[in-house]
Write a protein of this length. Structure first.
Length: 267
């Protein structure tokens, strides 16, 4: 497509290797270069292999710096060639991709967005809870020796106070391309809640666990914070899967009925 108007494509990869629409695949086949980012969410080898087999083109990975400090340089690649950036889930969920769009427009580059399934809608849907009763989504941060933020607990507590459910996503290690494991993430939630002296989050708090949502081998079950930390067999069942959790508020009759009917209760 060299010679056409400068164009940058942001293409959502969805949640599974074959979530790409036929429209997206056709667009990728016309591109000069295909890149993928795995800074915001892990990307599996299966997803990349599918794209390469369908397009006959090699997919190159962008580093975190390419999307932040060097975003101008990254976007500038579209001045002479048509470039596609593959994004896990839907392209317009992460703030990072809004920055890319703004930079492209500043450079006079046409931006085309190809939407796909997102963990936000899929996880909430699979939880069996009412979409309109969810408060702001929360990310469980990765703790290190000198960095142990607890402020995310305030958001969960605020949601619970307002009788709203909370979807918790797990922080990603951009170097390894891996998210927090379920035990580490739940452990951080427990420690942070205790440090904040939360009266709304305890070992008895119900947790909906969702692994590899949107895939054929997805895993869904009910548990509690204490049970998850005390039974490592559950963590073993989720090994290698992309996991997120929901901390529900009070349930309506319809929600409770749907929840208990749709997933096993491991409490």
């Amino acid at each position: 497509m060299t010679g056409a108007d400068p164009t940058l494509l942001l293409i959502g990869m969805g949640l599974d290797s074959k979530d790409l629409s036929s429209k997206s695949i056709d667009a990728l086949r016309q591109c000069d270069h295909i890149y993928a980012e795995r800074y915001t969410t892990p990307v599996s080898e299966e997803q990349i292999s599918f794209v390469e087999s369908e397009t006959g083109k090699q997919v190159l990975f962008l580093a975190r710096a390419d999307l932040e400090e060097d975003v101008k340089k990254t976007v500038n690649r579209s001045q002479n060639d048509t470039v596609a950036i593959l994004v896990p889930g839907d392209p317009l969920i992460a703030t990072t991709h809004r920055i890319i769009i703004n930079e492209a427009r500043n450079q006079g580059i046409v931006v085309k967005v190809f939407h796909s399934s997102s963990i936000l809608s899929a996880a909430i849907g699979e939880s069996s809870l009412d979409f309109y009763r969810f408060g702001p989504t929360v990310t469980v941060p990765r703790w290190s020796a000198h960095y142990e933020p607890c402020s995310f607990i305030d958001s969960i507590s605020r949601n619970l106070k307002e009788r709203e459910h909370t979807l918790l996503l797990f922080d990603i290690d951009p170097k390894k391309g891996e998210t927090l494991g379920i035990l580490e993430a739940i452990g951080i939630v427990r420690k942070a809640a205790r440090r904040k002296r939360s009266r709304r989050i305890s070992d008895a708090s119900t947790v909906i666990v969702l692994g590899d949502v949107g895939r054929e081998d997805q895993v869904l079950f009910l548990s509690t914070i204490g049970k998850l930390l005390g039974d490592h067999s559950m963590a073993e069942a989720l090994k290698g899967k992309r996991v997120c959790i929901v901390i529900p508020s009070s349930l309506s009759f319809a929600e409770k009925e749907a929840l208990l009917a749709s997933m096993p209760d491991h409490r």
